[in-house]
Ligand binder design. Structure first.
Ligand code: GTP
Ligand code: MG
Length: 226
C-alpha cells in the first residue's frame, strides 16, 4: 500500500524531466528513438547495422544503457559517431535523469538523430519516458511468439516491432504469423519489420522505416516553426 504513492512520485518526476528533454529535442529538431528489448535480442547489433549504413556526414549519436560494462559503446564507437555508455549500476532501465546527465556536455544543435539503447528488459523501460519521439521494440525469434501477449505494455507503446534473428527461423519452433498476430492484437496497425542483423537481410526495410521517420519528423519540425 505504501509503495504506490512513492512509485507515482518517481514516475511523475521522471515525466517532468522527460518533458523538458522532449522540448529540448524539439527545439533542436532532433529525432530521438528509444530501443527496447529483452537482453540479447539484438539492439546493439541493429545499431551496428544502422551506423554502418549511414553516411559519416549524418548528425547521429547513440546513448547505450547497461547495468554494467562499456561493451556496447565499445562495439558502436568504431563507426565514428558520438557514442556514450550509461551504466546504471543495477537499475534495470534508463530514466530521463540519466539521459539528461549524459547529454549535459553534448552540443544538441549538432545532432539530428539520437538513438538510445535501453537496458535489456521488456518490463521496466515501458514505464520510463526518456523524452523520445518513439519507442522501438526488438523481439528475436528465439524468445517465443507469445511475448507481445505476456509483455503488452512495451508492444502497445512502441511504434515499430523489429523481429530479429530471422536467419534462425528454420531452427527454432517460432510461429512468425502468430507473433505478428499477437503484436497486432496488442497494438493494431503496429509497423513490423523482419530482419537478420547477422546476414543483413531485412536491414534495408528497417533503414527505409528510419529514413521515412526522419523525413516526417523534419517536416513536422518545419511546420511547428513556421
Ligand atoms: N543468429 C543471429 N544472431 C544475432 C542476430 N542479431 C544479434 N545476434 C547475436 O545475438 C547476441 C546478442 O546481440 P546484441 O546485439 O548484443 O543484443 P542486445 O539486445 O544489444 O543485448 P543487451 O544489450 O545485452 O541487452 C550476439 O551474440 C549477436 O551476435 C541475428 O540476426 N541472428
Ligand atoms: Mg546491447
Amino acid at each position: 500500500m505504501e509503495r504506490v504513492p512513492l512509485e507515482r512520485k518517481v514516475l511523475s518526476e521522471n515525466d517532468r524531466i522527460a518533458s523538458a528533454l522532449r522540448a529540448r529535442f524539439q527545439e533542436h529538431g532532433i529525432l530521438c528513438l528509444n530501443l527496447v528489448s529483452s537482453p540479447g535480442s539484438g539492439k546493439t547489433s541493429l545499431l551496428e547495422r544502422t551506423l554502418e549504413g549511414l553516411p559519416h556526414s549524418d548528425r547521429v549519436a547513440v546513448l547505450t544503457g547497461d547495468i554494467q560494462t562499456e561493451n556496447d559503446a565499445d562495439r558502436l564507437k568504431r563507426f565514428r559517431f558520438p557514442v556514450r555508455q550509461i551504466t546504471t549500476g543495477g537499475t534495470c532501465h534508463l530514466d530521463a535523469r540519466m539521459v539528461e546527465r549524459h547529454l549535459a556536455d553534448w552540443k544538441l544543435k549538432e545532432l539530428d538523430l539520437l538513438l538510445i539503447e535501453n537496458v535489456g528488459n521488456l518490463v521496466c523501460p515501458a514505464s520510463y519516458d526518456l523524452g523520445e519521439a518513439a519507442k522501438i521494440v526488438v523481439l528475436s525469434v528465439t524468445e517465443g511468439e507469445d511475448k507481445p501477449l505476456k509483455y503488452p505494455s512495451i508492444f502497445l507503446k512502441s511504434d515499430l516491432l523489429v523481429l530479429n534473428k530471422m536467419d534462425l527461423l528454420p531452427y527454432v519452433p517460432f510461429d512468425i504469423n502468430a507473433a505478428t498476430d499477437n503484436a497486432h492484437k496488442v497494438h493494431p496497425g503496429m509497423d513490423i519489420v523482419k530482419v537478420s542483423c547477422l546476414t543483413g537481410k531485412g536491414v534495408h526495410e528497417w533503414m527505409m522505416w528510419l529514413g521515412q521517420r526522419r523525413r516526417s519528423h523534419k517536416t513536422l519540425m518545419h511546420e511547428t516553426v513556421s
